[in-house]
Design a protein around this ligand. Structure first.
Ligand SMILES: [Zn+2]
Length: 408
């Protein structure tokens, strides 16, 4: 089986052909979910699936499945896929690389005349980005039972148009029920970070996706004149916030290398140069792939906030607004990816996904893992996002072999 090779030129040509749909001047793409541009890209993908002999099914969330039959029609499929939609200033690889790698796997199996035991399916999940319709990954979420169908179809854009209406309008409101058994799921994706490139590794064997805890915090002290108010009597909410920001950074460093801890939003009130800040609102983002560690980071954060408030005589309102548990991927699927990289003599390392992906939801209903490839300077969600033809081919080859191992 390991002698079967994917066609890297064909994969690259398909990526470049697809990148013309919604192409931007700076070399990226703008393919917001369920727009006319998204429809055009979907139409091309469906045409390619049909040309590859796939049976194409569309479910009620507009998720597309291209199925290559297996010897055992009763077996659930071994599936791969990602998303066609992009950010407004998105790149040519995020999402679509995983979709077209799946198609290339099927084209390769066709050329080699290989019959698998389980069917092979390539999927394209609707509105992964969450840019036009929030939240992100909503349709793989409905597939995995995280959200119900009603909720998914009623998500609205800023003009009030719902996903249900827009699916009807572009002709992708399918009939198939959302959700079905999947034997194993793999998602190939660009890393969207710098680690593989920095370490000169071609393949990221994705073992986990990070858990996240998001908070909003308001510290309240007292506004006062910056001149006449002695230092010892102040209740400066911004000084308290500064201590918390420092503590958050230390929490991240203390739990390195896998932790991330960020304060990225601060609103100071009244934000005047000669008034002591009386109130500060800020947001905190903590991430770690191990739930116990993430809980410890949570406790450390709460202690830091309480300590700063007590020292500076501030009132505190700290609220956790979102908790997304870590996703440990399936050990056998992870091993299949690692073995495939090794069998091809490709340099690899285990890696944790810092971003959300459709695979994070599918992992709740099927054994799942991911294959990462490097992207230039780790940059994604940007029109200059770039990956090499060789790395794209390598990731697709690993995907093929991991899928074959699971499909039999
Ligand atoms: Zn993506």
């Amino acid at each position: 089986m390991s002698s079967v090779r994917i066609d890297g030129d064909r994969l690259w040509d398909s990526l470049m052909e697809m990148a013309k749909i919604g192409a931007t001047e700076k070399g990226g793409v703008c393919r917001l979910a369920l727009t006319d541009v998204d429809k055009a890209a979907r139409d091309l993908f469906v045409k390619w699936c049909e040309e590859a002999g796939c049976e194409v099914t569309i479910d009620r969330m507009g998720n597309i499945f291209g199925r290559r039959a297996g010897k055992n029609p009763d077996s659930p499929p071994v599936m791969t896929g990602s998303h066609i939609d992009s950010q407004p200033t998105g790149g040519k690889f995020d999402g679509i690389y995983g979709v077209l790698s799946g198609l290339e796997v099927i084209r390769t199996l066709n050329d080699a005349g290989i019959e698998t035991e389980a069917p092979i399916e390539v999927s394209a999940w609707t509105n992964e980005e969450g840019s036009r319709f929030a939240p992100a990954m909503v349709s793989s979420g409905v597939f995995a039972g995280v959200f119900d169908l009603e909720y998914g179809l009623s998500r609205a854009d800023l003009d009030g148009k719902t996903m249900g209406e827009e699916l009807e309008r572009i002709g992708y409101a399918g009939e198939a029920p959302v959700g079905k058994p999947v034997k194993a799921f793999f998602e190939a994706h660009i890393e969207q970070g710098p680690i593989l490139e920095d370490e000169n590794k071609t393949i990221g064997v994705v073992t986990d996706a990070q858990g996240q805890r998001w908070y909003e915090c308001t510290l309240t002290g007292q506004e006062a004149h910056a001149g006449p108010t002695p230092m010892g009597t102040r209740r400066d909410a911004l000084v308290g916030t500064a201590r918390v920001i420092q503590a958050v950074n230390e929490i991240g460093l203390d739990n390195a290398p896998l932790a991330c801890a960020t304060v990225g939003l601060v609103q100071v009130h009244p934000n005047s140069r000669n008034t002591i800040p009386g109130k500060v609102f800020f947001a905190i983002d903590l991430r770690h792939p191990d739930d116990a560690t993430l809980s410890k980071m949570d406790a450390d954060l709460r202690a830091a906030v309480a300590g700063a408030a007590e020292d500076l005589k501030l009132e505190v309102a700290l609220e956790e607004i979102w908790y997304s548990p870590p996703v440990p991927f399936d050990r056998e699927c992870v091993d299949a990816v690692r073995r495939a990289a090794e069998a091809n003599g490709l340099s690899h390392r285990d890696i944790v996904s810092g971003a959300g992906h459709d695979a994070c939801y599918i992992a709740r209903v099927a054994p799942t893992s991911m294959v990462f490839i490097p992207c230039e300077d780790g940059i994604s969600h940007n029109e200059i996002e770039s990956a090499t033809k060789e790395d794209c081919a390598a990731g697709c080859q690993v995907l093929l072999q991991a899928m074959l191992e699971r499909a039999g």
